[in-house]
Write a protein that binds this ligand. Sequence first.
Ligand SMILES: *Cc1c(COP(=O)(O)O)cnc(C)c1O
Length: 376
Amino acid sequence: MSEAQLRRPRVCIDLDAIRHNASVARHHAGNRLIFAAVKADGYGHGMQAVAEALREQVDGYMVATIGEGLALRQSGITARIMVLQGFFDQREARQAARGLLEPVIHDPEQVAVLKSGHTGLPLKVWFKLDTGMHRLGMAPEQLARSLAELADCRWVRARPGLMTHLACADEPGHPLTERQLGVFHVFSRNHEGELGEISVVNSAALLDFVAVGDAVVRPGIMLYGANPFLGGTAADHGLQAAMRLTSRLIAIKTVPRGGTIGYGATFRCPKDMQIGVAAIGYGDGYPRHAPTGTPVAVNGQRATLVGRVSMDLVTLNLSGLDARVGDEVELWGPTVPADEVASHCGTIAYELFCGLSGRVARCYTGATREQPAGVD
Ligand SMILES: *Cc1c(COP(=O)(O)O)cnc(C)c1O
């Protein structure tokens, strides 16, 4: 890599950390199947690379769209793939069937597509029950009707799966979770004979409790080493950060007391200050709303942002630190948890991970596949 490239932002993905986090998920999942959430390009970590790295550790994958599912198939993934938004028309339903994808049916429109259609091969489908999140999924009565309507459809394999999604699993003990689980279990008991596998939990719920009858667990964020809960830290659960976003200092200057930093002059130096300028900004996906005080690490030493984030640059308070032009700045990663940056920005690590732009160079470390025992 040239000197010039070194001064651009880089994101390094540690596949061993992802594999470590999957082993934490496995510990909690016991003998339930694990479908790893790799939607949105593996939460920004690279869908194919993540899927490949987890090949030996998970039982399937979860994506949002048929297109993402087909891309996984094209990259050689043969494991099961659940498609959360399912299909919207005949063409997508046929693509799902041909790709052996497992679409989620969450709306009566999709039932109509299957009833009037011809997918070529019978589909393995999941029905999504809206148990109280009121986003995707059908209410119990509607879902019962849809199940009955598709009961003898030759394009749907017998005993479809039943799933739901929890709105507040990130807050252990939230009363909505118990209500949602109640609705789910009443429905699954009433329709036991018609249904196959059951799937309830995301990362937070997987770490927090065991849902009755759950056969397939659906962790996402924990695999990437961020904290699925509102409180505490990822490290509390033995999770390791997989993404490390870095750049370099390209200038250092002393700004006199009373001087202001950057656009809008939002930060005024209370004394003479050493200010560092790092080559990363919102054009790279670093959040523009990161306020003064947002943590970074310069040569492994914690420092903070001062002034506004601009398109290609951020300004840092280097007072009292040992730093030179060319030194590395970690924006988030093992030293500065993405969760901490996210909470300064009023968002969650999920959004930071997904938001990096194509301008950021990417690299991978760690084995892409588990080495068989005894082989180097
Ligand atoms: C994304 C997603 C998950 C994974 O959630 P995490 O909070 O990342 O563990 C599970 N289920 C559904 C339906 C999802 O959309």
